[in-house]
Write a protein of this length. Structure first.
Length: 401
């Protein structure tokens, strides 16, 4: 054997050994099959304001991990699709991710209707799905463990809306909402909280594509509410608050934070939106993970969905590493081992987690959205909520509790 061939053999053997440790530089693992993860977020439609920054967070984590050698010596590749905040479009995009791109996992589904539509495609193909949708029905689907969500379910969210309405003095609370997978559960849990305090509730489901809602507003006002809870998305809520203002409603208004966001506020006269309260699952603001993510993507104030999808990709990459495989089944079988291992090393990012896993240490991840501990059916165990109020055209923090 020539000296040249001998040196080549030693070089290849050494590269293979390093690849097994997942420490090769980016150019060295280009020949191996990449680990593909899909993002399925609303880049357009009602959820359009949320989706792009969610994708940015996922790609930033992948870039960071790839720069450190990837996972299992392989590059992480992110394939992004737009669900258009529409179940039909979501199904088409999910089929592409599963059948064409062959992703191991899909992260970031936002609208509950989209998640409900694509979840069966995922468990049938053994593709892991991580979602930020809140409808109770999602984790009651027969997903066989191929689904977790980082968003508190509607039972918890509805109760928080009802309790906050009561806390603000609400005794007659009216819920205006489009038809969504979580509308009934939301109303039932609002009602339970309000009736517990001796109050009454009413509700009306409306068409979220209408250009005006004066008829619906007139019907709601016949209930003589002191509090109106708005359950829609940004587009229809924008119209709804204008019609409430024109109708002279002077009571409290409470909405989802994803609908009454800063982008919406800049397009509406300040007096129309003044004093509206918003509620959202809280980020873990001030935590190391939150600060790390903010620096990573250059966004000072992070929304809950971006924090949640950041946690989802970190957990999935660590689950792949500890399972030694990038299959959806390996992710399913190992995600709780990195999310909530008793006595595990506390980590807040995939890089530190991958190092701990390589050292055969158990890990317990706490992320930018908070502790990511999951129940048997895939729900997040607990969460804090953020309450804000519009003051002078801007959102002002009321409390985190």
């Amino acid at each position: 054997m020539s000296l040249t061939n001998l040196n080549r053999r030693h070089l290849l053997a050494g590269s293979a050994a390093i690849a097994g440790l997942g420490l090769l530089p980016r150019t060295a693992f280009a020949q191996g099959a990449p680990i593909k993860i899909g993002t399925l977020t609303p880049l357009t439609g009602s959820g359009g304001p949320s989706g792009p920054v969610m994708v940015k967070a996922v790609k930033a984590v992948a870039d960071e991990v790839n720069a450190a050698g990837g996972v299992l010596g392989r590059k992480v590749e992110i394939v992004s699709e737009d669900d258009q905040t529409n179940p039909d479009a979501g199904v088409r995009a999910a089929r592409k991710l599963i059948d064409v791109d062959k992703v191991s996992a899909i992260v970031g589904t936002w609208a509950s209707a989209v998640t409900t539509a694509v979840a069966p495609l995922c468990w049938d193909s053994k593709t892991f799905l991580a979602t930020v949708s809140g409808a109770d029905s999602i984790t009651l689907l027969p997903h066989q463990g191929y689904l977790v969500r980082t968003q508190p379910n509607t039972t918890l969210q509805g109760r928080k809306f009802g309790e906050f309405a009561v806390e603000q003095g609400g005794k007659k609370v009216f819920f205006l909402t489009p038809q969504t997978p979580f509308a009934k559960s939301q109303f039932d849990n609002i009602t339970a909280a309000v009736e517990k305090a001796g109050g009454k509730t009413g509700t009306l489901i409306y068409d979220d594509k209408k250009p005006a809602y004066r008829t619906e507003i007139d019907e709601a006002l016949r209930f003589d509410p002191d509090t109106v809870i708005l359950g829609g998305y940004t587009a229809d809520t924008s119209v709804m608050v204008k019609d409430l203002f024109r109708a002279g409603f002077k009571g409290r208004k409470i909405a989802f934070a994803y609908s009454v966001n800063q982008q919406m506020l800049t397009g509406i006269q300040p007096e129309v939106v003044e004093d509206i309260f918003t509620i959202a699952p809280s980020t873990a603001e001030g935590s190391k993970a939150y600060e790390r993510l903010a620096k990573l993507i250059g966004v000072a104030s992070l929304d809950p969905y971006t924090c949640q999808v950041y946690d989802q990709i970190n957990l999935i990459l660590m689950a792949i590493a500890i399972g030694g495989s990038d299959t959806g089944t390996a992710i399913k079988d190992n995600i709780r081992k990195v999310a909530q291992a008793a006595g595990g090393a506390k980590v807040d990012n995939a890089l530190d987690g991958l190092k701990a896993i390589a050292a055969k240490q158990p890990v317990d991840y706490d992320g930018a959205s908070g502790p990511c501990d999951f129940t048997d059916i895939g729900d997040i165990s607990d969460a804090k909520f953020r309450y804000e109020q519009v003051k002078g055209g801007k959102l002002s923090l009321v409390k985190i509790a």
